[in-house]
Write a protein that binds this ligand. Structure first.
Ligand SMILES: [Zn+2]
Length: 321
């Protein structure tokens, strides 16, 4: 997804809850006026030196022209919240019916020192701390938790709110995940293993057509690779990423039963070797979600039966058949 730079503000503050600061309101209003007038030099003049160095005038222009092309003029903006106590985030509507969050940060001279545009993240999404739907593991064999748990030490995903508590899971034998040539996907124990539905659910999103990487190479442009998102009856969303090229056998809108095969584990997207990235979300779109904890109802963990269990790093986990 494209991250850009930008900001503005207009809006009447009558209904604002806001802790919006007046200096932000002023600069944001200037920004909107200049943007809608396509006065890109004027916007460049709002930047502080660091911003101007990071985004020289030609780049600023190219960026703004691109933004105009993709999003159109700014129609409305509304102060949304503060970030880290200072930067302001505005919910922004564009004339091409696009909604974005625009953040900006002002330095002590009220010059723009930071700016980005991102998909709008609603304050109104439901809170999803953990799953209430009972789930089995989404695979048939004994797999190994490479990253999982609720601390950054156990699980690097914890650092990212939209995928905090996500899992990276694969298979190992004798402490390693492959045998033979590590450059060959087929040599990874987990590559091509079936991914199954952990509960009854509806398929709400499918991404296909992403090729599997040569192990060790990344594909940051197609982060999640071949992907399935399921929605449960309780409005929980489960994201399955990095699936094998051409392996997905489900379609958007399809209703699944627990245990139905959906595709196979692969190495597509931003991944260095075959594994399953599994995340619980409170929205379909990973970019705007907050991640939730995933508990499995009744599974084998390191050879012992566990109920309502949240697997952690280095657990060996398997369904009880
Ligand atoms: Zn991951």
């Amino acid at each position: 997804m494209k991250k850009i730079v930008f900001i503005l503000s207009l809006l009447s503050t009558v209904f604002s809850f806001s802790q919006e600061k007046e200096n932000y309101n002023v600069v944001a209003s200037q920004f909107i006026d200049l943007y809608n007038a396509k006065d890109y030099n004027g916007i460049f003049d709002l930047f502080n030196l660091d911003m101007q160095n990071a985004l020289p005038v030609e780049k600023t222009k190219a960026f703004l022209e691109d933004m105009q092309l993709q999003l159109g003029d700014i129609k409305t903006i509304q102060f949304s919240k503060l970030k880290q106590g200072e930067a302001h985030i505005y919910k922004t509507t564009f004339s091409l019916d696009e909604l974005r969050d625009i953040l900006f940060y002002l330095d002590q001279n009220d010059k723009i020192g930071g700016l980005y545009i991102a998909p709008h993240k609603s304050n109104d999404l439901p809170v999803l701390k953990r799953n209430t739907t009972k789930m089995i593991l989404p695979f048939k064999e004994e797999w190994f938790v490479s990253w999982g748990g609720t601390t950054v030490e156990q699980n690097y995903h914890v650092a990212y709110e939209n995928q905090q508590y996500a899992y990276d899971i694969l298979m190992i034998k004798d402490g390693v995940s492959f045998k033979g040539d590590p450059k060959n996907n087929e040599n990874y124990y987990v590559f091509g293993k079936d991914i199954i539905a952990p509960c009854d659910a509806k398929v709400v999103k499918v991404i296909t057509g992403v090729i599997d990487n040569v192990p060790g190479e990344l594909n940051p442009k197609q982060l999640t690779g071949n992907t399935i998102v399921l929605q449960t009856e309780d409005e929980e969303y489960l994201l399955f990423a990095h699936l094998k090229e051409n392996s997905i056998v489900v379609k958007e809108g399809q209703m699944l039963k627990q245990g139905d095969v959906m595709g196979q584990c692969g190495n597509s997207g931003n991944t260095t070797e075959a594994h399953l990235h599994l995340s619980l979300q409170n929205a379909v779109d990973m970019n705007i979600s907050t991640g939730g904890k995933i508990y499995f109802d009744h599974i084998m963990v390191n050879g012992e039966i566990k109920n309502d269990y949240l697997p952690v790093k280095e657990d060996f986990i398997k369904n009880i058949n």
